[in-house]
Design a protein around this ligand. Structure first.
Ligand code: SIN
Length: 260
């Protein structure tokens, strides 16, 4: 197995693994270390993986978390089908932060790709936080933010209280100890104790810092790519330029703890 960084801030590709055939605990530990070092990894050439293989591999990372309001594909609870880019996937975010225990990891397997377009951007929220002044970082460490589910939660009949969570604006990664920004444009509606209007300028500034080119990597998908990201130290956003071409990816998420 070979790990090759794809960018300076976030992302690496992993070559030489056949997940459909299975990997041993030693190899799995190396993959996990690669993810914790790079925030996002792409394991190449996994087109042979079946939905069962993807679920079994995801279960090695922790408990599979079934999305509270987006349905799974028929016959495979835990696998969500990601379609064309849409306003939610195109906004920089980490996954399901409106949950009390948001997803730790997301595994996305390319099934059908457009000829061009539909790349996915990744950003290191650790590098983004590190780039701020020490005075500003100290202030941010004192704040929490309110995260709320999108309109799709209401459309699915969930009551509002079940899709609201308050998390620190800066969290510490439970495995690496790195501090990271933990606010995103999909789910955060305000800083706790502030009005939405008061919160907006600060939040918009932080989103701009997250998306600065030097904090990012743009992933051009290839058939069989299995991309895994760590939601505690990265954000992602799809580039909405697939021009209606078919784009299907299978997504499995793994439960995380309460961000702190
Ligand atoms: C997502 O935001 O979970 C989907 C990412 C993608 O479609 O590339």
């Amino acid at each position: 197995m070979e790990v090759r960084p794809l960018a300076g801030a976030v992302g690496a590709e992993v070559l030489g693994l056949d997940l459909a055939a299975g990997i041993d605990d030693f190899e799995f530990a190396a993959v996990r270390n690669a993810l914790h070092s790079h925030g996002m990894i792409c394991i190449r050439d996994q087109a042979a993986m079946t939905p069962e293989d993807q679920l079994a591999f995801a279960a090695r990372w922790g408990r599979i978390s079934i999305h509270p309001y987006v349905p799974s594909i028929e016959g495979y609870p835990g696998i969500m089908r990601i379609y064309d880019p849409n306003p939610i996937t195109q906004t920089w975010h980490s996954d399901s932060t409106h949950m009390r225990e948001p997803h730790a990891y997301t595994l996305l397997l390319a099934r059908t790709l457009p000829e061009v377009g539909g790349d996915t951007m990744f950003a290191s929220t650790v590098k983004a936080f590190e780039s701020l002044s020490s005075g500003f970082r100290s202030v941010l460490r004192t704040l929490s933010a309110v995260h709320e589910g999108t309109d799709r939660a209401a459309a699915a009949g969930l009551d509002h209280e079940s899709v609201v969570a308050v998390h620190p604006v800066v969290i510490t990664h439970p495995s690496t100890g790195a501090e990271a920004l933990f606010v995103n444009g999909n789910y955060v509606t305000r800083i706790e104790g502030w009005t939405p209007e008061e919160s907006r300028p600060l939040l918009e500034y932080l989103y701009t810092v997250v998306g600065r080119p030097e904090n990012t990597y743009r992933h051009r998908w290839h058939q069989g790519d299995l991309v895994i990201w760590d939601n505690r130290c990265t954000q992602h956003a799809v580039v909405g330029d697939a021009n209606q071409a078919e784009r299907v990816l299978h997504r499995v998420t793994v439960a995380g703890g309460v961000p702190a």
